[in-house]
Write a protein that binds this ligand. Sequence first.
Ligand SMILES: Nc1ncnc2c1ncn2[C@@H]1O[C@H](COP(=O)(O)OP(=O)(O)OP(=O)(O)O)[C@@H](O)[C@H]1O
Length: 494
Amino acid sequence: MNEFWQTCVSRLEQDIPPQQISAWIRPLVPLAYDETQAVLRVAAPNRFKLDWVRKNYSLRIEELAAEWFHRPVQVTFELAQGRAGLAPAPAPAAPAPIPAPAIGLLPTETPLPAEVPASSVFQADTGTQHATRIEAPTLVLASQATGQAVYDRSRLNTDMTFDNFVTGKANQLARAAALQVAENPGVSYNPLFLYGGVGLGKTHLIHAIGNAMVQAGTGSKSKVRYVHADQYVSDVVKAYQRKAFDDFKRYYHSLDLLLIDDIQFFSGKNRTQEEFFYAFEAMVAQRKQIIITSDTYPKELAGIDSRLISRFDSGLTVAIEPPELEMRVAILLRKADSEGMPMPEEVAFFIAKHLRSNVRELEGALRKVLAYARFHGRDVLTVEMCKDALKDLLSVSNGQITVENIQKTVADFYKIKVADMYSKRRPANIALPRQIAMYLAKELTQKSLPEIGDLFGGRDHTTVLHAVRKISDARTKQTELNHSLHVLEQTLKG
Ligand SMILES: Nc1ncnc2c1ncn2[C@@H]1O[C@H](COP(=O)(O)OP(=O)(O)OP(=O)(O)O)[C@@H](O)[C@H]1O
C-alpha cells in the first residue's frame, strides 16, 4: 500500500508543480486498500483539502491506482481522525495577521488559475475571523468578516522560525550564517547561498531569516519577499504577456530582502535568468539582501548562465547536510512535543535509526505514527506501535545498508525516481546517479557484481564493474562528486 502511495506521489510530481504537491498531495495519508471492493481510502487533514483534492486530483489518483492494482479502483477521501497530524511538510505559508489592504503589484495581480473557483479559495478556519487560501498558486489572506481579500506579499511562512529549527552538526554553519544575515542584512554575506539535498531545512531556514527580520523591524513586511524559483519564472512569463516588465523590475528591485528558493529551477530559462541578474545587481548594489537556496552548490548548477553562477558564489555558500542520529532524535522529540504527544526517547531513537535521509521523511513517519496512535486510541507511543505503523517504511530501511536503501537514497538525492534505477533509460541525469548507486552498492554491501546487476534491472556484471571503476576513479579527481558521495555515505551509514 505504501509502496503504491510512494509511486503515486512520484508520478503526480511529474504533472503537478512542487508547491502544489506540498500543499495538496503530501498532507494526504493513504489509509487502506480494500481488495474485495477495489476501494482505496485516503485521509486528508481538513475539510478544505479534502474537497480540493477530491475535485482536482481524484481522477488522476484513480488512474494511477488502476494502473498499480491492475483494475479500476475507486478512491474515497475522508477526514483524518481528529483532523490530527503535523502541518503539511513543507507547510504552505501560514495564516498571518491581516495586513492593511494592498494594492496589487505585479506578482500579487496573478489571476487565479481557471480551475480555481473564487468561492473555494478561502478556507474558513472554524471559529476564527480569518480565512486562508492555500497555494493556488499564490497565498491570499482574507478577512471573512469584511470579505476583503488582501495578499500577504511577503509570502513568509510564520511557522518556520529559528526557534523551532533544531540545530546539529549538519546545519550549524548554515544556521549561524543565517542568523548573521538576519542581524546584518545586506552587509555581512550577500548573497547567502544555502544548498543541500531534499527536505533538509533550506526553506525553513530562509523563512526563519525573513521572519526574524520582520520581527526585528529590519525589513518591513512589504519589502521582504519569499518566492519559489518556479513562481519567479511564472512572474516573468506574466510580465512578458502583459508587457509589464517595468512593474516587474520596480517590484523586485525595490525589495529589502529577497528569499529565492530552489534556484535550480531557473535551469534553461534564459529570460528569467536575465531578469534575475538585473534584480540581483540592483539589490546588491543597494546593499539589499538576497538569499538563495539550491539543491547543489553554484558551480554544479546546470543550465545556469556563468555570470549568475559567479554572482551566486560571490557571497557566502554554505551546505546543509543530512542530520546525524542525535539530531534526528532531537527533531522527532521536538516535533512530537509540539503535536501534543510526547515521544519517549527510545521510540525516537528507534525511528531515527531507521530513517536517515532527511527531515521531511522523519516528519512523514511521525505523522503516520501519530495517526496510528490516534486511530487506535493510544496516548503513549511505543516502539511496538512504531513497528506496526511504519512497517512499510521500515522494510525498506531496516537499519542495514541494502541495495534498496542505496537506490532510494541516491534517487532522493538526485531527485530521480527509484524506478529509474532499474529502467533501461540512459539520459545522463539518470545514468550517473545509477552508476553512483552501483558503486555504493559494491562499497557498502556484501553483494557480488552479478547480484548487484540483477538488482539494477538485470544488468550484466560488467556494467556494474564499469560503473564501480568509473566512479571510484572520478571521485579522486572531482571534488564535487567526492563531496556528494561523502554525503550519501554519511546518510546511508547514519
Ligand atoms: N533542523 C530542522 N528543525 C526542525 N524542522 C526542520 C529542520 N529541518 C527541516 N525541518 C522541517 O522539515 C521539512 C522540510 O524542510 P524544508 O522544506 O525546509 O526542506 P528543503 O531543504 O527546503 O527541501 P526541498 O529542497 O525539498 O525544498 C519542513 O517541514 C521543515 O520545517
